[in-house]
Design a binder for this molecule. Sequence first.
Ligand code: DHB
Length: 415
Amino acid sequence: MKKRFLLQTLALAALAASTSGVMAQEKFKIGLVLPMTGQQATTGRQIEAAARLYMAQHGDTVAGKKIELIVKDDTSLPDQTRRLAQELIVNDKVNVLAGMGITPSAMAVAPLATQSKTPLVVMAAATSSITEASPYIVRTSFTLPQASVALADWAPKNGIKKVVTLVSDYGPGIDAEKFFKERLTFNGGQVIEQLRVPLRNPDFAPFLQKVRDAKPDALFVFVPSGAGAAVMKQFLERGMDKAGIKLIGTGDVTDDDQLNDMGDGALGVVTSHHYSAAHPSALNKKFVESFSAANKGLRPNFMAVGGYDGMRVIYEALRATKGQGGGEALLGAMKGQIFESPRGKMFIDAQTRDVVQDIYLRKVEKKDGQLFNVEFDVIKDVKDPGKVKFLLFVCFFLSLGEGGGGGQPCQRPQP
Ligand code: DHB
């Protein structure tokens, strides 16, 4: 009797141990590091909401694994991002890292992704060079060169020749400034002054005064998501529009998260970007409605779509590897994904691991009493112009060393 009891207990213990082993094994952990508080909090709020929406719509089990989303708040301080990512890798043993609200955060985590061979899905940060910081990075947001070049093609055809640029003084701002200027100049326009404002607690007033004095046709602006409303307010308060200066920029400035509260002064502002909540597709309509219903009427912005598509990329990689792959296999299955996003068609270029997508020109208009970025033109399948330049640069130096040639990526296709 005693022996039977002992055997039963042992059998139960073994079963419990094996089930918990299986359960632990069957989890697939995504470490989502985002700014949930502080200056970039809207980015975190939008991306987390979008990731949860994706899971609610697509289930939380993929290829037999239960998806666990672990959200950590880095307050947009890169030292915190690095520390949290390290904990997620070492203690939580996450399968994938994701999020990255600003460029310095993505850059801080890149070496950890490489060392631990953990795929890092960048859902927000948008400096061109991020994807070169680690071969484990895949991006589902956009790049500033992608957005800026489109606007620099549009501007001179629409009476804008002399421009002052005003950008946040860090990676994405410097990309925006450089690529906008180069392309505008190429198109016969001119950047007459370049202004940079600090990322933290910016005061736009003294810079806007300089813009007024320079009397350009337009002011081109890049500020990160969440800062656009302050720029718009001060631009209007100073009567810059009345003084004949147009406000143009990448779509970060007429961010859907804030646009509707900017007031009618924002009407007519032209921007270029990859996502508008007003994008007229059935998929986007459904996305906006479901997002809004799940989040007390909140309108999704371009950050949300980066998070939503990032989850898609992770889910499909897990499915394609049948739940069996490690970091390397998952990364391989992320590369080359092509699908319809709420933004339109998008593609993860297998070579650069960066997003190739349509860039839209949009104008702020009122629809049903609300302000929207209404798309009026599109440039199809835009690759990051920063990458094209980078490759040419590498090829040039390789060719110096090798007396021409420059290796396989640099060779012209044979006729
Ligand atoms: C970045 C952050 C933003 O909020 C944005 O709109 C674009 C770029 C960045 O830090 O890379």
